[in-house]
Design a protein around this ligand. Sequence first.
Ligand SMILES: Cc1ncc(COP(=O)(O)O)c(C=O)c1O
Length: 408
Amino acid sequence: MTEHHRETRAVHVPFPQPTGRALNVPLFQGGVFAFDDAEEMAAAFDGPPAMAGQGEGDGNTGDGNARGAFLYSRLANPTVRALEDAVADLEGGVGALAAGSGMGAINTVLRALLRTGDHVIAQRCLYGGTHTTLRELTERWGVEVTYVSGDDPGEVRAALRPTTRILYLETIANPTTQVIDLPALIAAAPGVVSVVDNTFATPLLCRPIEYGADVVVHSATKYLGGHADVLAGVAVFADTGLLREVWDSGTELGATADPFAAWLVLRGMATLSLRMERHCSNAQTLADCLSAHPAVTAVHYPGLPSHPNHEIGRRILSGSGGVLSFELAGGRTAGRTFIESVRLASLAASLGDVKTLVMHPASTSHRKLDAATLAAAGIGEGTVRIAVGIEHPEDIWSDLEQALTKAG
Ligand SMILES: Cc1ncc(COP(=O)(O)O)c(C=O)c1O
């Protein structure tokens, strides 16, 4: 065969197709997969390749690429599939869809399952982005939403309508750290698709599918990734029918995860159990220290016996999480001084990072709200949220203590 020109060789670079076993999940950054014959390619066009939980004959033989069916990475990619299968396995689901962010996963699920006229029952205290999505679905799509406190299954039963399609909950809510009685709330809405945001708990502290949830969503940007260096989301499904329904519409929406993001989340997940142990033990130590500090009027952490959902937490969580919030006696001014005085911790909006992050909603994300509106959202003027990192607890506490002294 004549040798191709340099211009062609620069495009068609030979690369090894390893026969050995890679120790780690390889990064298939490519967006497109090639085929040897038309029949194989036609089969790939017919539907998604190997989805976890689908038996042989559906294309899943466990190697993730039976029949060479990866076609185009918006539809499926081997690295992304490894993440989907890993999170589905930890959550006890049949399969998953990875998205470009937590909001990508949440929107993919809601937009795939809801139709005009459908009714949603949602917990009042939800991540702000989810609230915004529900409001938009109400205004633009004619979806109706009833908000419930999440403290009483009777409220869910009373809100049910023939058109109720989704019950939307968060395992540990933000920033109040409310822990809901998942089994009781889900059981109160039989026949309704229950969607649970398990970002704060991770599958190591709680597996909502064990309590009857149909879909579990994650911002993998947080604890799953764990290092604040990646944006990703995952939706896990308890049955293949729902997975297929959401997959069909999600791959059209195009919110699917980038392979490198999936690879970073997988790398982070290898240390998830160690990090969660440390996040939880550090948060418990700080909750105890803060509870004894004179500048602090209340501490909200499910690991404290004083927390209203402490008993529920003991029942459904195997650890109280890495996020706590507390109230400063000095209100809005004290909150602002506190977040501007920390030195080891960072003033930052996220959570689930190895580093400790602090937030004061009343002077940042919720600055436009007056005291009454803040209170309705479960936030005080002096509420500070701490997403506790994995540093040595004494170093975090001495930083918080000096900031508390300044905040008075
Ligand atoms: C509980 C929860 N769900 C979903 C999201 C959205 O995730 P992402 O920022 O990855 O889109 C967040 C983000 O903070 C969150 O805290």
